[in-house]
Design a protein around this ligand. Sequence first.
Ligand SMILES: C[S@@+](CC[C@H](N)C(=O)[O-])C[C@H]1O[C@@H](n2cnc3c(N)ncnc32)[C@H](O)[C@@H]1O
Length: 288
Amino acid sequence: MSETFIPRIQELAKCARMLALVGASIKLRSDSSVLPAIREQIELGARMALGEVLDEVDEEQMSLALVMVEMALSEAGELFRSPDRGSNWEVVDAAAMQAMGRSSKSVFTRIQSIAETDPKLRETFQGTFLDVGTGVAGIALEAARCCPNLKVDGIDIWEPALDLARQNIAESPYADRVTVRNLDISALDETDRYSLAWLPTMFLKRPIVEAALDRIARASVSNAYLVAGVYTRPEDPFLALMANLRTLRSGGEISDPADLKAMMEARGYVDIGMSATPIATFVVGRLS
Ligand SMILES: C[S@@+](CC[C@H](N)C(=O)[O-])C[C@H]1O[C@@H](n2cnc3c(N)ncnc32)[C@H](O)[C@@H]1O
């Protein structure tokens, strides 16, 4: 019998609860409806978890932290409930799909912040944006909200997500600029249409990514940008393992951004840059 096993589990369980408390405390910053006694305990717990640093955090860090907490907790919960799940996207739970849509909104926030120092990328916000794997249209609607002149085409192959996307679009003020349709990216058959495209390679097998890059390049206007995402593989060996597992369970295969860069260069993309956060690395290129 081990003396250290249960104490170690207790330590890990404490960390999980601390993370949940930090997330709860960030959420409650914009919610006044909670009982004061409960708020007080949550605030106290978050302070125990984070200490003084909490006083130095700005709004941008808070919203990144909330995305990171939401992702860690939902990933951890899903992994624990369904360790036997394969790598398909056939999620039927509407709440889970909507949560993924909410957390993926930050993709467009990041594209916008990259554009702050890249005027050619900013110009693409006047054209048409292709959102590959649009899901419930979280990124598509965020793009329309941030860029009043941008039109958005979302494509996906999962009809239950597209049904929710259609509802979300109808309930939004952007129904005249955002459309979604059931289409596999490897069958995209447009030419000269898109000024900007988002390709989440973490959900796609390598041959689909290869086909997608061909199709997107053909469907794009000149000087169009492509932003391709992979999960960031951190230095820490445990976190690197989690990133690989996440890519595999998401249906993806590519985990090295340098691979993507080479694939984009082969299709005529230039000025290729990388932008990394702890969650995802964006490979950003312009079609010459
Ligand atoms: C993480 S979800 C996207 C979440 C989305 N951004 C949102 O706001 O809901 C990834 C999506 O990629 C879609 N997908 C997977 N393979 C695809 C393919 N070959 N062509 C188009 N979409 C695909 C899946 O059906 C899934 O809905």
